[in-house]
Design a protein around this ligand. Structure first.
Ligand SMILES: *Cc1c(COP(=O)(O)O)cnc(C)c1O
Length: 508
């Protein structure tokens, strides 16, 4: 489809947006400042010699620049966002309102504890909800994201091993684990050994048992895994790893698939991070902030990082040093700190607001609806796409590219064509256990009407792929402000800074 050229380069009310360096004028400024008074140089002769080339912009220019850029951004508040392994769901605005209350939003982390009793009570209440929902006795609230929680859990495991004089070096990570798992284990100094998936998309139990030895510090299992499946041998896995003297780390980023229905503590898990920004509703993507609290079993509780909130006779207080009482009783032997201050307080406010608004029954329904929606997609698309594994699935559904065989259309082309249909594409080429993966996670907050429209659109694209329209797919997207990008060129010759035209010419 061709699009008419316009004089301005704009497309209707979707305006082109140059860099501020291109539109700026040193004569312009958005603020009126008084002239700088004469002062002795404090830079020891290193004063600026000339203009530094920052763009001069008026206030309307600044407003329009950033608003136009924001309008080019597709987000969950714009439309359906079926990205797998990410939980891009609607976040209730009530949580935002709570996080912005002046008594919560304006707190300073260095305020004396006695002036921040409400905030500590809030952290404590949030921690209590997480412990009850997971059936675990302790929680480290401070990690700032899921991957940071993985690191925290591994450091807790390492401290526990060291305390018993054990120097195990290997962490087992299934192929169906999230990509951050092996990265975290490696970063923490462990040797990563991969366990293959079986033909049901789950951990190959026999291969796992073969790898157990007295060098295995633990296993990191993602459950539900990145094939969108519940690891139904999980209790056997827990017993086997414990029998071999290792710990059981579970990646619980996708807890929204099981919250209110399964308690990880009952499955034999020793530590598990929860992504508050996924399951418990904080807007995420684009770099946070998130929060990745780690719940801990009794065996690992003493090694939890500092600080944590305790409730004593004089109100709420913080445990900031080793040697005080541990979270699950006994002496605390914290491995240290993982982050400045207490963690992402604003995210705790949102999570507690979300949990209290939904209640225990509402949270249970979250899991039911997340799983129902994913299975609705699976059932409605199974005759035109190729599901990788037999259902039912959990919160996300995995297809592979067998349905595109002999069409000349790849998973990437298919994803690009979805952009023209007005959708953020699903996750593609991940997980690696299947060829040309298409991983779709509808989440619990989408209506049947939204899913039906999406299903109609995916079915139509599949029909077009088989009707010999490969060339149109190769060109997609064509209805966006920018067409198909040359991703190879972008990776090989990234343009990371803007050079003024006069310098560019001088270089030539
Ligand atoms: C999102 C996710 C992570 C990483 O969480 P971040 O907050 O992005 O660091 C880890 N594991 C799984 C299964 C995830 O879905």
């Amino acid at each position: 489809m061709s699009t008419p050229d316009t004089y301005t380069g704009n497309r209707g009310l979707l305006l082109e947006e140059p860099l501020t360096f291109e539109t700026g004028d040193p004569a312009l400024s958005a603020v009126d400042l008084p002239p700088v008074p004469e002062a002795a140089s404090r830079l020891g002769g290193l004063a600026r010699e000339g203009e530094i080339g920052l763009p001069g912009l008026s206030e309307p220019q600044v407003m329009r620049h950033y608003l136009r850029l924001s309008q080019k951004n597709y987000c969950i508040d714009t439309g359906f966002y079926p990205l797998g392994s990410c939980t891009m769901k609607h976040n209730p605005r009530l949580n935002e309102k709570m996080a912005r209350l002046p008594g919560l939003g304006d707190l300073h982390p260095l305020q004396p504890v006695k002036t921040a009793q409400g905030a500590l009570e809030l952290i404590d209440a949030c921690a209590r909800w997480l412990k009850v929902l997971t059936g675990m006795p302790a929680v480290a609230m401070s990690p700032a994201a899921g991957a940071h929680g993985e690191l925290t859990g591994l450091m807790t495991m390492r401290a526990a091993l060291k305390d018993r004089g054990d120097h195990r070096k290997t962490v087992l990570v299934p192929e169906s684990a999230h990509g951050t798992n092996p990265a975290s284990a490696h970063f923490c100094g462990f040797k990563v050994d991969s366990i293959p998936a079986d033909d049901r998309g789950r951990v190959d139990l026999a291969a796992f048992k073969d790898k157990l030895s007295d060098d295995v510090a633990g296993i990191m299992l993602t459950n539900p895994n990145t094939c969108g499946l519940f690891e139904n041998d999980i209790i056997d896995i827990a017993e086997a790893v414990h029998g071999a003297g290792g710990y059981f780390y579970c990646d619980g980023a996708n807890f929204n698939a099981i919250v209110g229905r399964v308690r990880p503590g009952d499955l034999g898990i020793d530590c598990m991070h929860l992504n508050l920004h996924k399951t418990f509703s904080t807007p995420h993507g684009g770099g946070g902030p998130g929060a990745g609290p780690v719940v801990l079993s009794e065996r690992l509780a003493p090694y939890a990082p500092l600080p944590y909130v305790v409730h004593g006779p004089n109100g709420f207080d913080l445990v900031e040093h080793a040697g005080q009482t541990g979270q699950a009783g006994g002496d605390a032997k914290p491995f240290g700190r993982i982050k400045g201050f207490h963690g992402q307080f604003g995210v705790f406010v949102r999570a507690l607001s979300y949990m209290m608004a939904l209640g225990a029954d509402g949270l249970r329904q979250v899991a039911s609806d997340a799983v129902l929606n994913a299975n609705y997609l699976m059932a409605s698309l199974s005759d035109v796409l190729t599901p990788s594994f037999a259902g039912p699935c959990m919160h996300e559904v995995l297809f592979d590219d067998r349905f595109l065989k002999d069409t000349g259309v790849s998973t990437l082309d298919f994803a690009k064509a979805m952009i023209d249909e007005g959708y953020h594409p699903m996750t593609m080429y991940f997980p690696l256990v299947v060829h040309g993966a298409l991983l779709m996670e509808p989440t619990e907050t989408e209506s049947k009407a939204t899913l039906d429209e999406f299903i109609g659109s995916v079915r139509d694209l599949a029909r077009r792929a088989h009707a010999g329209e490969a060339e149109a797919f190769h060109a997609a997207p064509v209805l966006t402000p920018r067409k198909r990008l040359d991703e190879t060129l972008a990776a090989r010759k990234p343009v990371l800074r803007w050079t003024p035209p006069e310098l560019d010419q001088a270089a030539e």
